[in-house]
Ligand binder design. Sequence first.
Ligand code: GDP
Length: 440
Amino acid sequence: MFNNLSDKLESAFKNLKGEARITDLNIATTVKEIRRALLDADVNYKIAKEFTDKVKDKALGEKVINSINPGQLMVKIVKDELAELMGGTEATFSLAGNPTVILIAGLQGSGKTTFSGKLALYLKSKKNKSPLLVAADVYRPAAIDQLHVLGSQIGVDVYSDRESKDPVAIAEAAIKEARAKNKNVVIIDTAGRLAVDEVMMTEVKNIKETVNPQEILFVVDSMTGQDAVNTAKAFNDRLDFTGVVLTKLDGDTRGGAALTIKYTVDKPIKFASSGEKMDTLDVFYPERMAQRILGMGDITSLVEKAQEQFNEEEAKKLEKKIRQNKFDFQDFYDQLQQIKKMGNLKDLMAMIPGVGKAMKDIDISDDAFKGVEAMISSMTPQERADPDLINQSRKLRIAKGSGKDLNEVNAFMKQFEQMRQMMKQMNKMPMGMGRGMMGG
Ligand code: GDP
């Protein structure tokens, strides 16, 4: 995410490396490079200038305090300003109304339908809501099909009416249906066009005026840069939406849209979506995003994701097994499944400070665990529970069963043994130390 911008900012900060103080001169060079980095990321000239003027003023103001090292200070100032530019604090999301009505608008291809599905799943699994998805695109039958496919994937009902050519009537009927079926959130996926278009705008506006939504979310493809910001302006003038959703943050985006959309339309970014899988939707936190842009990782989000997946009872059981040196292949397998549920592996690792940057060119697929999983699956339950049971002939059988060769099985056995040894060492540490590391 925003790799190019991250690299350029980092190189701008290098100007201050080894400098004992912040001076007019070293600040000028750094700030100039920061501005260039922003312009390259497709940030509008005026916004980039305003941004760097603020950074400069703050940095020079700090000079007097003669504080920490200038490089660190600069990173902190830029981080704060980036967070501010993207909205400062976390935005609120209204679930008032019964049902809550959420209208989704944006250009065709921006990711509206995908986001509608993700939002429905998010509300269902994390907010305990019972959503109804509504296909209000009367022009593209394929769009209706797409929503039905997503709905069945995530177990959420979809309302559509293939005979109707009136999106306002569809939206009204859907809300009635929601009431009848005790659905408490209605998510209306509207039709998009390839470019800003009067007919489309009027249509969405008519739906808005009829159904009075609690939230109108404007979906924007982050890959489209400044264009996206201009489209957002046009939509906001007509619709006065309540918030922005950034999609396709998993792609090679330059960052311009994410950085400047809030400034331009003065509406908060509420969600960030990064991937085609239904569970890759995150609430948008400006501060965390700023940290990620600056390669500082995002430990808060990582811990939250872990907390969502790991159940305390299971964790206690696991800790006990580790303490008794009884961690086995089945435990390992179960842990892998939980990690996989947390999301895309590369995204997760990028949340660890410094790791995202180091790994940006390394291809880590979600299949990374496949080989290990195949080997464990080829073991008998007895072997999984008692790793010491596995002798040469069993290894050969496991290799055959998993389609791996003996060397790979041996390498995995060795790694697993090292892991168990490490756990043993931790158990020998004074109370608390080792266990703290296991999260216990
Ligand atoms: P709509 O026309 O606005 O409803 O857009 P769609 O939801 O159909 O999305 C258009 C294309 O972008 C589809 O191929 C989606 O799979 C893809 N897409 C949507 N959101 C994301 C995302 O966050 N990341 C990636 N990589 N692709 C996405």
